[in-house]
Ligand binder design. Structure first.
Ligand code: CA2
Length: 145
């Protein structure tokens, strides 16, 4: 049976490549999605790649992953630092959970140092730019293979 991974992106990640390239690089989210889909194919895994600016939608998707996905990779954007709702939804998910960031929030402003996602995740990739998305897929595949 082929494995399924949900790769979920939170608020403002749809702006990737259009603003703040010095922090987030020049690739758009569409570019990142294309790279991830191609990489998933080489790994033989089914990938659901999604983005939403809405906290409740992200909660719904994490709930949807229960019984459907073997792992979640989550770049929750700024909700990382604020959302107990996303934390609680992750806690209710039994599969492997990887927190993902393009930048390294711990090296940035103090308000980014707390991560409610980290408190409910099994692994973290941060500060690797958008290459971190590919690294996260490889790391998660090792855990669920
Ligand atoms: O480094 C990351 O991946 C973040 O999750 C990105 C979030 C930020 O709030 C987190 O602290 C770290 C921001 C999402 C992207 O926001 C953009 C804003 C303007 C232009 C491009 C992206």
């Amino acid at each position: 049976m082929s494995k399924t991974i949900f790769l979920l992106n939170g608020p403002n990640l749809n702006l990737l490549g259009f603003r703040e390239p010095e922090i987030y690089g020049h690739d758009t989210l569409g570019d990142v999605e294309a790279r991830c889909m191609a990489h998933a194919e080489t790994l033989g895994v089914t990938l659901e790649f999604r983005q939403s600016n809405h906290e409740g939608v992200l909660v719904d998707w994490i709930q949807e992953a229960r019984g459907k996905a073997d792992a979640i990779i989550l770049n929750a954007g700024a909700y990382t630092h604020t959302s107990i709702a996303i934390h609680d939804a992750l806690k209710a998910y039994d599969g492997y959970k990887m927190e993902l960031h393009i930048s390294d929030p711990k090296q940035r402003e103090a308000f980014r140092h707390i991560s409610y996602v980290e408190l409910a995740s099994d692994g973290l990739i941060a500060g690797r730019g958008v290459d971190g998305y590919i690294m996260a897929l490889d790391a998660v595949m090792e855990k669920i293979a």
